[in-house]
Design a protein around this ligand. Structure first.
Ligand SMILES: Cc1ncc(COP(=O)(O)O)c(C=O)c1O
Length: 370
């Protein structure tokens, strides 16, 4: 009986058509490569801290579910990462999960007559999970192209807000994949244009490198959510994101959050890392110095256009991105080809800023392809 069952038919019968139609989020195999495609911090914690962390992790109560209030970790985040007084955070298994929680919370169902699907909006090109999470949550995604200099196209943004009335609007600050910071006054105009009709999420994944933030503006804008992650600061492996917003908003998002979404090992590791945040901050400062050096070296290459970056990566245009990526791959250096993401990014590639040695390997390999 079971043997006769045709799995293709089963999938056709039960899996959503839009899920069947999309490809998987592709993460290339990186074993043996210089990995410059995912904006990771190349530095680990120093040896003595790792030993201490090991001892702390050994004490973690793996036999118990996490305590879902996560009060100690949240208090440490609020105290050390600039969350304004009176504001709390909600934790996610990476900010990827927070994006999903946000999209799910706004994606109203079309049961009432005349009720439309919710719209999630972002300037594009943007972090791919904004559109993907909106789609899977059952909301419509509307992307508004930025200008060729990567700034916000304000007339287009305001017109799109007026037309589509988004429930949720993501602004990555700095933006991935372009690396630039949008103009803060433009962002405030968008937050004010949405007002009571939409939530603006300022995604500050790269804040440790940009050193600017909308966090302190939370009290002025009740429809603002500030989202961050520990990933780019050097803890991508533990998967921890957080978002701060007015308490009544967090209360709603809390209902969508799976109760034990942050595991005890992550909790212990994050608390430990936050006690040593100065170490991570110094690593970020080193990477910022390397960004300056790498950007200058790239700008000096013939036919290369380097875009300004406030993040731990640099986006650049080369004469032939396809060839550059293939040659770099051959030289065992992984970077990201942005060409297919958007017409604005034709022949653009993105490279994570890494150690002086790895940056040099990238530069040497890139020079050979030009
Ligand atoms: C703008 C932006 N937001 C969020 C994320 C996801 O970060 P996390 O590792 O916390 O899921 C990324 C990852 O690259 C990103 O670029």
């Amino acid at each position: 009986m079971t043997a006769k069952l045709n799995l293709a038919n089963l999938i056709e019968n039960v899996i959503r058509a839009d899920v069947r139609a999309v490809g998987s989020y592709h993460v290339p195999d990186s074993v043996g490569y210089v990995k410059l495609d995912s904006m990771e911090n190349p530095y680990q914690l120093p040896e003595e801290l790792r030993a201490e962390l090991g001892a702390r992790l050994a004490e973690a109560a793996l036999n118990r579910y996490p305590v879902p209030s996560y009060s100690t970790l949240k208090a440490s985040i609020c105290a050390r990462l600039g969350v304004p007084d009176g504001y709390d955070v909600l934790l996610g298994n990476g900010s990827d999960e927070l994006i999903t929680i946000l999209a799910t919370a706004v994606a109203r169902q079309e049961r009432a007559a005349g009720s439309k699907r919710a719209v999630v909006m972002a300037p594009i090109p943007a972090f791919v999970m904004f559109a993907r999470s909106a789609q899977f949550a059952g909301a419509d995604f509307v992307g508004v192209p930025i200008r060729p200099d990567f700034s916000l196209d304000m007339p287009a943004m305001l017109a799109a807000i007026e037309e589509h009335k988004p429930s949720l609007l993501f602004l990555a600050y700095p933006n991935n994949p372009t690396g630039n910071l949008y103009d803060a006054a433009d962002m405030v105009a968008i937050i004010e244009a949405l007002g009571e009709h939409g939530i603006v999420v300022v995604d500050e994944a790269y804040q440790p490198f940009a050193r600017v933030s909308f966090m302190e503006r939370l009290p002025q804008h009740p429809n603002l959510v500030v989202m961050r992650t520990l990933s780019k600061l050097g803890l991508a492996g533990i998967r921890l994101g957080y978002m701060a917003a007015a308490a009544p908003l967090l209360e709603q998002f809390e209902k969508v959050r799976p109760p034990y979404n942050v595991n005890v090992l992550t909790q212990v590791a994050a608390e430990f890392a936050l006690d040593h945040i100065d170490v991570l901050d110094r690593q970020a400062a080193l990477l910022n110095d390397e960004r300056t050096r790498l950007a200058a070296a790239l700008a000096a290459l013939p036919g290369v256009e380097v875009f300004p970056s406030a993040a731990n990566f640099i986006s650049l245009r080369v004469p032939d991105a396809e060839r550059a990526c293939a040659n770099l791959h051959g030289a065992k250096v992984l970077i990201k080809n942005l060409s297919k993401m958007h017409t604005l990014l034709a022949n653009c590639i993105r490279v994570t800023v890494s150690t002086p040695d790895e940056n040099e390997q990238f530069l040497t390999a890139l020079k050979k392809t030009l």
